[in-house]
Design a protein around this ligand. Structure first.
Ligand SMILES: *[C@@H]1O[C@H](CO)[C@@H](O)[C@H](O)[C@H]1NC(C)=O
Ligand SMILES: *[C@@H]1O[C@H](CO)[C@@H](O)[C@H](O)[C@H]1NC(C)=O
Ligand SMILES: *[C@@H]1O[C@H](CO)[C@@H](O)[C@H](O)[C@H]1NC(C)=O
Ligand SMILES: *[C@@H]1O[C@H](CO)[C@@H](O)[C@H](O)[C@H]1NC(C)=O
Ligand SMILES: *[C@@H]1O[C@H](CO)[C@@H](O)[C@H](O)[C@H]1NC(C)=O
Ligand SMILES: *[C@@H]1O[C@H](CO)[C@@H](O)[C@H](O)[C@H]1NC(C)=O
Ligand SMILES: *[C@@H]1O[C@H](CO)[C@@H](O)[C@H](O)[C@H]1NC(C)=O
Ligand SMILES: *[C@@H]1O[C@H](CO)[C@@H](O)[C@H](O)[C@H]1NC(C)=O
Ligand SMILES: *[C@@H]1O[C@H](CO)[C@@H](O)[C@H](O)[C@H]1NC(C)=O
Length: 384
């Protein structure tokens, strides 16, 4: 009786350990500061548009974090800033907009926590994804009148999205993502109001460099013509970790044989960037409908293109615009989604391996393991 009881209990414990271990597993932690097979993707704009056929709309954030083909997700966008002055908060409150999502807007008029996104950020971070907040975009109204205004907004941003540390003021600002803390800030400035950004980023970096909790990332997403008319002050004046160059919508796009200008950006990385380890990403449209030019149709051409740039010491991976379209799209010669095809190309060229088919499948397997452990537990209770 006793030995077999102990055997069963230890067997059960082992099964539970296995189940818990696999349930908690996530894609291996890659160091995105050094790896060259990183895929970064914009999420939140649902640029496919709202479809009555709901299953084709952009999924909630957590869904994308189940895929090993994605490493960095930029939440797009904070589209109005510094925003509207609030006498309650004694500062300007920006607007965040994620069309057709459960939490579609945060603004001075609606300062409730975006609880779906807040929860998903934590889920994604557990799976080793980095979540950046992207400021700007094509639409929206943003920019600063003065350096002082930009600096004040830097303090506001840190209180709203950074680590809670409210010693500077007695007023607690609303936090769109609750107690979730993003991994950094991305700048996609597409208007001509360039004042203040260098100071804004420095203000944020002064906070994040004193963090003992984690590394924060700063990125910019210029269009490919160099110098970028709207963001050259940032590109030349701030120490950025990543530059997501949009090689589309312009003559220098990735699908133009002669005018594709990666070399110009390699030159920027080596000779201009304040961060000598800056990583430049090949920014591509994720679907034929994601841009006017630059779309690459086949995985064979994607492979040739990536091969032509990945030996650059500053190459960091591929950026895709954007989640809703690229995940529903496949290169004509691939059975995998566009992001997965790209991840496989990057993996095979960098370390000659392929990625697991699908992180979502892993989750199902985890549920199976948990179910098995529960069945085993019931069996032991019944038999001892
Ligand atoms: C990632 O690589 C950078 C540059 O080599 C290094 O400074 C940093 O400590 C690494 N981070 C982790 C988490 O290993
Ligand atoms: C807030 O509400 C007011 C009144 O309805 C409106 O005029 C204003 O545009 C709103 N502001 C934002 C940022 O949504
Ligand atoms: C915070 O509150 C304390 C005590 O109520 C007050 O003395 C101090 O001036 C306030 N600080 C700010 C920045 O409002
Ligand atoms: C950042 O910190 C440095 C060092 O303390 C300081 O000289 C600089 O003025 C700060 N920059 C901003 C924008 O706050
Ligand atoms: C926390 O607040 C203190 C005091 O204002 C400041 O010196 C420090 O930089 C802050 N740290 C972070 C990570 O925000
Ligand atoms: C690039 O070159 C190929 C082969 O010469 C040609 O078929 C294709 O049309 C060219 N594409 C562009 C955008 O010029
Ligand atoms: C950096 O500048 C030097 C001197 O002008 C040049 O020879 C080199 O090619 C540049 N680096 C890159 C990657 O273009
Ligand atoms: C692109 O848009 C066209 C016109 O709306 C549509 O017919 C086509 O299916 C779209 N293609 C993809 C890959 O989404
Ligand atoms: C991948 O395989 C190619 C061809 O066999 C080889 O030249 C290359 O060194 C390998 N790369 C790595 C990182 O092992």
């Amino acid at each position: 009786m006793v030995p077999s009881f102990i055997a069963k209990i230890s067997g059960l414990l082992m099964m539970m350990v296995v189940a818990v271990a696999t349930a908690g597993s996530s894609s291996p932690a890659t160091n995105i500061s050094t790896s060259k097979d990183t895929v970064a993707i914009y999420w939140g704009q649902n640029s496919l548009g709202y479809l009555s056929n709901f299953k084709n709309n952009e999924k909630e954030l957590w869904w994308y974090c189940n895929w090993d083909s994605v490493d960095i997700i930029m939440l797009a966008f904070m589209q109005d800033f510094p925003g509207t002055y609030s006498s309650k908060y004694e500062t300007y409150i920006p607007t965040l907009s994620f069309p057709h999502h459960k939490d579609s807007e945060f603004s001075v008029n609606n300062t409730a926590v975006m609880s779906r996104i807040a929860k998903d950020i934590k889920y994604c971070q557990k799976r080793n994804k980095k979540i950046l907040l992207s400021l700007g975009g094509e639409a929206g109204s943003y920019g600063f009148d003065s350096t002082e205004q930009a600096q004040e907004f830097g303090h506001t941003l840190w209180q709203m999205f950074g680590e809670k540390n409210h010693t500077k003021s007695n007023i607690t600002l609303p936090r769109p993502f609750g107690d979730s803390v993003i991994d950094g800030f991305d700048f996609d400035i597409e208007n001509d109001q360039t004042e203040g950004y260098v100071t804004l980023i420095e203000t944020l970096q002064n906070y994040t460099s004193s963090s003992t909790k984690k590394k924060y990332y700063y990125s910019a997403a210029p269009q490919c013509p160099y110098p970028d008319q709207n963001m050259n002050t940032i590109l030349a004046g701030n120490s950025l970790d990543m530059v997501f160059v949009q090689f589309y919508n312009n003559d220098c796009n990735a699908n133009s044989n002669s005018s594709f200008n990666w070399d110009t950006w390699a030159d920027y990385a080596q000779n201009t960037s304040l961060n000598s380890d800056v990583q430049v990403y090949l920014g591509l449209p994720g679907s034929v409908n994601s841009s006017s030019t630059g779309y690459i149709e086949t995985s064979a051409e994607l492979q040739t293109l990536i091969k032509s740039v990945d030996s650059d010491s500053h190459f960091g991976g591929v950026m895709l615009w954007e989640a809703s379209m690229s995940f529903q799209n496949k290169p004509t010669d691939s059975k995998n989604s566009y992001p997965m095809t790209i991840k496989n190309i990057l993996k095979s060229q960098v370390d000659n391996s392929t990625v697991k088919i699908n992180g979502a499948m892993d989750s199902k397997k985890n549920h199976m393991n948990l179910a098995l452990a529960i069945v085993a537990f019931g069996w032991i209770i019944l038999t001892v």
